[in-house]
Design a protein around this ligand. Structure first.
Ligand code: RAM
Length: 328
């Protein structure tokens, strides 16, 4: 009898101890493509959030090429795995809507972060920073080093990327009033692929002999453009700027291919995305005006499209890139 009681008590304790493993929430962090240092940094923050929450597992996944078709396959497999939430940085605002709706119909919480999907395909969207502010920042980064003005071109990511397209629209809108002597001659797309971005940067340089700056609002494109400028001995003639990960870009501030770039904290962005997805799993409702917690990063209040922004972008130049390159 005694032995049975002891056994029963031990089993109960064992079940209690094992409970968190069964109760684990699985949140998929779906990125535009794998092998991108920006998303690897976001994953670092996502894993930090999981460790802090204790009962959460983060599945870091995405396709090899930054296309919506490949992301649809990834999402379908996550639906089959019955994850609890999907947090996606999307390669297209519309193409992913049906598959994400299917996920939501199955009870999976869906948010977008970094690069959004249309409101009908997700419950909320987390922008890294205010869209208008990013658009203005990327032009200002070029204009600050062009007192006389001149020709600039944009080297973007995928032509369907929601985030880059929104920033480019905001940049175009800021030019006439705030940067009248900046002449945007072209926008090209490198698909967040190093080889294609390199070819597109070379094409810009060949097509526009008076080009004074290449603005790449993508961490992949900006490295490719700065490498082309370096290789073609154009340092001092063509300034490369945009959004860059300090750890990947420091060498181009050091060699003068770039004067300055900007970015928000990608670790905090991945962390915040997981915190928000977890909020929804735990029963919080995403609706206009709702204030949700992003853990140590703070709170976000959703606007009428259920979108919110994390923080302002930060500028990196010779004075501080060394310090930040050690973090992300
Ligand atoms: C690339 C991706 C990402 C974007 C950054 C700035 O890594 O396109 O979506 O936010 O650049």
């Amino acid at each position: 009898m005694k032995l049975l009681k002891i056994l029963a008590a031990t089993t109960a304790v064992a079940v209690l101890l094992a409970a968190p493993a069964y109760a684990q929430t699985r949140i998929a962090l779906v990125v535009k493509s794998l092998g991108n240092g920006f998303f690897d940094a976001a994953n670092k923050g996502a894993q930090e959030a999981a460790a802090e929450l204790g009962d959460v597992e983060v599945i870091y996944t995405g396709p090899t090429a930054a296309t919506a078709e490949a992301q649809i396959e990834v999402v379908n497999s996550l639906i089959a795995q019955q994850v609890d939430a999907i947090a996606i940085s999307a390669n297209d605002p519309d193409a992913l809507v049906p598959v994400l709706q299917k996920a939501m119909e199955r009870g999976i919480k869906v948010i977008s972060w970094d690069s959004g999907v249309a409101p009908e395909g997700r419950q909320l969207h987390l922008n890294p920073s205010d869209i208008g502010l990013i658009g203005e920042t990327i032009i200002k980064l070029a204009a600050d080093y062009l007192p006389e003005g001149g020709d600039v071109a944009i080297l973007s990511a995928a032509s369907t990327a929601t985030n880059q397209n929104a920033w480019i629209e905001a940049a175009k809108a800021a030019i006439p009033a705030k940067f009248p002597n900046i002449n945007l001659v072209s926008v090209v797309y490198g698909d967040d692929d190093s080889v294609k971005s390199t070819d597109e940067a070379k094409g810009l340089i060949a097509s526009y002999p008076d080009l004074k700056a290449i603005i790449a609002p993508t961490t992949v494109g900006v490295v490719a453009a700065a490498q082309v400028v370096t290789d073609q001995n154009l340092i001092g003639k063509v300034n490369v700027t945009g959004l860059a990960l300090p750890s990947e870009f420091k060498q181009f501030i050091d060699n003068g291919a770039s004067q300055a770039v900007a970015l928000w904290n990608p670790i905090d962005l991945g962390y915040s995305a997981v915190m928000l997805a977890n909020d929804l799993v735990k029963g919080e409702e995403a609706k206009p005006g709702a204030t949700l917690s992003m853990g140590r990063v703070g709170e976000v209040t959703l606007d009428d499209t259920n979108s919110g922004a994390m923080a302002a972008p930060f500028q990196f130049d010779k004075s501080n890139i060394e310090e930040f390159s050690k973090i992300y």
